[in-house]
Design a protein around this ligand. Structure first.
Ligand code: NAD
Length: 260
């Protein structure tokens, strides 16, 4: 077991990539905190993990809300005694050309991806420093942390921003053995992607099949989607890494769509 007794807070983990990471972390011995918008959904995921033999709790947390973040992290510490790992994963997608994008939607995207990453980092880092055992902070970036795509301006801007945040947290956290890294997946079939396939088809006036083959997977080496399992495997590797040697980095898991 690579994460035995490590306490891992995973935001947006009632669905998709975050849920898979939570399940795989629990199998590796971690005590996982399912932090998501709706308490019932978070608790349901935690119950599924417990039924499979893992340790988990569910907490309600809108990552853009300072008080909810601080309370969720305090509840996690009360339940499990500290924080060792944060996966800042909660996210949404909004499809729109820049010229049609409302300021509200721009702000909403930056709030969930960047304010959320900051607030959860601050709360967890404080606990990691207090605990004195170091920690691992992992941001869910994207190939869009390095590349741009039409119709995704605020998403691409926010995902690039996470790389900058990780570099600063890596430098500030080093003295306390707190590492910060970014995972940058290619397209993964989750509700977030399934929703945007018809939206992109409409905006681009092409079929849904063409959105998949000619937009999403066009630049991969093999025309394949990245999977939730691929991302979870990378998240285990990063969290289990034992020294400060691997910090301030972004790892791209995208079937070669983007090569750094
Ligand atoms: P998903 O829609 O399956 O899951 C996202 C989760 O985040 C949901 O459970 C949702 O309730 C939660 N969430 C949304 N807003 C929140 C908020 N304000 N506070 C707390 N939780 C909130 O999507 P996913 O594909 O699993 O995406 C997870 C992360 O991975 C996102 O950051 C996304 O940008 C990133 N990502 C996804 C892909 C992909 O192709 N699916 C690729 C690269 C990166």
């Amino acid at each position: 077991m690579q994460l035995k007794d490590k306490v891992a807070v995973i935001t947006g983990s009632a669905s998709g990539i975050g849920k898979e990471i939570a399940q795989e972390y629990a199998k590796e011995g971690a005590k996982v905190v399912i932090a998501d918008l709706v308490l019932e959904a978070a608790v349901k995921t935690a119950e599924e993990i417990k039924a499979a033999g893992g340790q988990a709790i569910g907490v309600a947390m809108n990552v853009t809300d300072e008080a909810q973040v601080d309370k969720g992290i305090a509840d996690a510490v009360a339940a499990f005694g500290g924080i060792d790992i944060l996966i800042s994963n909660a996210g949404i997608q909004i499809i729109s050309p820049v010229v049609d994008l409302s300021l509200d939607n721009w702000k909403k995207m930056l709030a969930i991806h960047l304010d959320g990453a900051f607030l959860t980092t601050r709360a967890c880092m404080r606990e990691m420093v207090k605990g004195g055992k170091g920690g691992s902070i992992i941001y869910m970036g994207s190939v869009h942390s390095h590349e741009g795509s039409p119709l995704k301006a605020p998403y691409v801007a926010a995902k690039h921003g996470l790389v900058g945040l990780a570099k600063v947290v890596a430098k500030e956290g080093a003295k306390d053995k707190i590492r910060a890294n970014v995972i940058c997946p290619g397209f993964v079939r989750t509700p977030l992607v399934d929703k945007q396939i018809p939206e992109q088809a409409k905006e681009l006036n092409i079929s849904e099949e063409d959105v998949i083959r000619k937009v999403m997977l066009k630049d991969t080496v093999d025309g394949e989607f990245t999977t939730v399992a691929d991302v979870a495997r990378t998240a285990i590797f990063l969290a289990a890494f034992p020294t400060n040697a691997l910090t301030g980095q972004s790892i791209v898991v995208s079937h070669g769509w983007f090569m750094q």
